[in-house]
Write a protein that binds this ligand. Structure first.
Ligand SMILES: *Cc1c(COP(=O)(O)O)cnc(C)c1O
Length: 232
């Protein structure tokens, strides 16, 4: 296929997703501007990222530190953000703090401490989301619901770590209605944590290609979309 065709396909897909986000927001009686699309670029190379940037996308997500480091040796323009959305080993905290604007996948005390050390020694503040295993699935990353308050208490002890909200991944199911309680659970946890801590926690990162409409209905501020925009 010519480059022109590939470009048109990405533009078409992005437009379709933007329209679906807008529609889902309208249905939920929300302002579409309160929902940010995080373009998950883990399956594509840098030219597709740059193309998405030219098409207006400003927030990108990657799930592996080393792959992201290689892809973003040339940094994104200053008005764009790179988010870490995949599970993060503590020994990669240094690279992660240097590379990412937001780390969405902070789910355990040892990782909080590793990130705190690196943000301190590199003098770089970093925005953090706590990843929560709302559905309580065995194999899944994420802090158990009941341990979220303590994890937030730990996080707030470190002035360079900025808690911005919560993230979750819903179980894979065919029917979006089945995952709505998971998204609702994350929103309710955010409400409880705000009440308890007095921290604003404005971000709720939930919803992917297969379930972002349900997440928007339950209050997502960030939807993480890969396949529906970048194919695969
Ligand atoms: C890959 C990934 C996504 C995007 O998934 P799609 O189904 O491609 O939209 C979102 N969140 C996380 C944590 C991911 O790893």
């Amino acid at each position: 296929m010519s480059e022109m065709t590939a470009t048109t396909t990405l533009a078409d897909r992005l437009l379709t997703v933007q329209q679906r986000v807008q529609y889902a927001a309208d249905v939920a009686d929300r302002d579409p501007a309160t929902v940010t699309i995080v373009g998950v670029t883990k399956t594509v190379d840098r030219p597709a990222v740059d193309e998405a940037y030219r098409l207006g996308m400003r927030v990108f997500g990657e799930n592996r530190v080393q792959a992201a480091k290689a892809k973003f040796t040339e940094p994104l323009p200053p008005d764009a953000q790179l988010h870490m959305i995949g599970s993060l080993q503590s020994n990669k905290a240094k690279v992660a703090v240097a590379l990412f604007d937001v780390i969405q996948s902070v789910d355990r005390p040892s990782l909080v401490e590793a990130l705190a050390r690196q943000s301190e020694s590199s003098d770089k503040p970093i925005d953090i989301l706590l990843e929560i295993n709302v559905a309580g699935e065995d194999q899944k990353a994420g802090c158990p619901l009941a341990e979220a308050p303590q994890l937030l208490d730990l996080l707030r002890q470190y002035p360079r770590l900025n808690p911005l909200g919560l993230m979750t991944m819903a179980p894979l199911v065919d029917d979006q209605d089945e995952v709505r309680p998971v998204f609702r659970g994350l929103r309710q946890l955010a409400d409880e944590l705000r009440e308890r801590s007095g921290i604003a926690l404005p971000m709720l990162s939930m919803g992917m290609s297969n379930d972002f409409e349900a997440a928007i209905a339950e209050g997502a501020t960030h939807v993480r979309i890969g396949r529906a925009i970048f194919g695969g």
